[in-house]
Design a protein around this ligand. Structure first.
Ligand SMILES: [Zn+2]
Ligand SMILES: [Zn+2]
Length: 483
């Protein structure tokens, strides 16, 4: 193993605190002397057999038989105090990544700023903490000895705020050096991403996402369900103009029909419109047939989605959560697929992905009313997909309300569709229809298919309808591109 041991020039180059050659006890030269005071350091102790007459004044432990003095990774988080920057959390893990030590401590002077953006520390975290800095450091000096190998990223900083002098260091800044050399350093996030294919410091992603979240005014304009201030619990208001919605008409062919489904008649329609150029109606984009011709798609009944705009009862609000330790309440992409029922349109599949596009949730559920059309052309859902499905709409919604909280950021394309059909009121939303606006502005929106093609060079929804996992993945990637 590559161990940085004791080369003084390297320690100085990497800004590690070194014992003061002048020899004054507890005083050390450090490069950031203007930021950190240099007094009061303690040195990790040598393990050696206790002398026959123990007159060291400290308890000395014998070295381990197998000559293994321990290898630990250490990381600290700090807050800003009147004194400068002080440590208030330390985590130590062993070579099996088992947590050996994970404690908060109180800084020695008044906190000016919790440094939450970088540290993830919030006021609540220190609420019940009684451990002092001195106690925490003594704990560490009981775990580490002079010959312990400590691993960290920019570990000089951690040791400086801990005021611990230690010599056997492996610093991942040196192990994975910047191609252009010092003083440039690769961030731990960057190294983890390229070497381990692992996204870390997701709290950073969360914080970056906050600037993309829709405002209350945007949520209203875009038809997101908002709690009704006047009415009883569960009732919502839709303030938008329901762009393109006409009551009593088929959503596919735009002809009027009996929306109660008492009398069903077959529907034919085109997937794309016929555009007008210089006063002439062009052929349909989907099939090239002339304007007014019979639809290239045929389904057994006309369908509607009036409930999307008219059913404003029985909503639930995402619950409030205690502050998470890493400052991230989660960022997820959400997409649903729906079928047509006697009620209108209902969710029957939900997919949730995390910021690594890993599937967090992917379930079918049974709609609450009789299915009149599987909507396969758009949803990709087939009758056989629901064979053996027992989860109800309510089950799925409860699962989601466990997964999401009030401060979770949800990303999706025209996510009001998904959330309103799920009957979930949520306010931290990023809408890719807003992130990648139509050149002529709202209420026009670019389709997800179009954005995926031009921004990600990816052809989605190309056959057999939508795939909620693919759509969710595309929205997450489109979001990450904008951060
Ligand atoms: Zn057509
Ligand atoms: Zn129709």
């Amino acid at each position: 193993m590559f161990v940085q041991i004791g080369r003084n020039d390297e320690f100085i180059k990497f800004d590690y605190p070194r014992p003061d050659p002048g020899g004054e006890e507890g005083k050390n030269h450090v490069h950031k002397a203007n930021v950190y005071d240099v007094d009061g350091y303690k040195t990790t102790q040598e393990l050696k057999p206790p002398p026959a007459e123990n007159n060291y004044g400290v308890e000395l432990k014998p070295p381990p038989a197998e000559n293994n003095y321990g290898v630990y990774a250490i990381d600290t988080e700090s807050v800003h105090t009147k004194k400068g920057l002080e440590v208030c959390k330390v985590t130590v893990i062993d070579i099996n990544c088992k947590v050996v030590y994970d404690e908060y401590c109180l800084p020695t002077s008044d906190i000016i700023d919790y440094n939450t953006y970088w540290s993830g520390i919030k006021k609540e975290n220190l609420h019940d903490v009684t451990k002092t800095f001195a106690e925490l450091r003594d704990d560490l000096l009981a775990i580490f000895n002079r010959d312990t190998i400590l691993v960290g990223h920019g570990l000089n900083h951690d040791l400086m705020v801990l005021k611990i002098l230690h010599t056997k260091i492996i610093d991942t800044v040196m192990l994975y050096s910047h191609p252009l050399g010092l003083p440039r350093r690769r961030s731990l996030k960057d190294i983890a991403s390229s070497e381990l294919q692992r996204e870390i410091q997701v709290g950073d992603i969360y914080r970056k996402c906050l600037s993309k979240v829709l405002s209350e005014a945007q949520l209203r304009d875009l038809d997101y369900a908002r709690p009704d201030p006047e009415r009883e619990l569960g009732r919502v208001c839709l303030y938008g103009d329901h762009h393109g919605f006409k009551q009593g008409y088929c959503r596919n062919c735009c002809r009027p029909f009996d929306t109660s489904f008492a009398n069903r008649s077959p529907c034919d329609f085109h997937l794309e419109r016929s555009r007008k150029m210089r006063g002439v109606q062009m052929p349909y984009g989907c099939c090239g047939r002339s304007f007014g011709s019979k639809g290239c798609q045929a389904v057994s009944t006309h369908v509607h989605k009036e409930n999307l705009y008219l059913d404003t009862n029985g909503f639930k609000v995402t619950p409030q959560l205690k502050t998470p330790h890493d400052g991230s309440y989660g960022v997820y992409a959400l997409d649903t697929e729906s079928v047509h029922t006697t009620k209108g349109i209902e969710v029957c599949k939900v997919t949730v992905l995390d910021t690594n596009c890993r599937v967090v949730y992917d379930q079918f559920c049974l709609p609450t009313n009789e299915i009149v059309d599987y909507n396969t052309i758009f949803s990709g859902i087939r009758k056989e997909d629901l064979n053996g499905v027992t989860k109800t709409f309510e089950d799925v919604r409860n699962d989601l309300l466990e997964l999401f909280n009030r401060d979770t950021i949800l990303v999706g394309h025209s996510l009001f569709n998904d959330l309103n059909l799920l009957k979930i009121v949520h306010s931290n939303v990023i809408d890719t229809a807003v992130l990648y606006p139509h050149p002529r502005g709202l209420p026009l929106k670019r389709s997800l298919k179009d954005i995926a093609l031009t921004e990600l060079n990816r052809n989605i929804q190309s056959g057999g309808g939508h795939d909620s996992k693919e759509d969710a993945e595309v929205t997450m990637k489109l979001l990450l591109r904008k951060l």
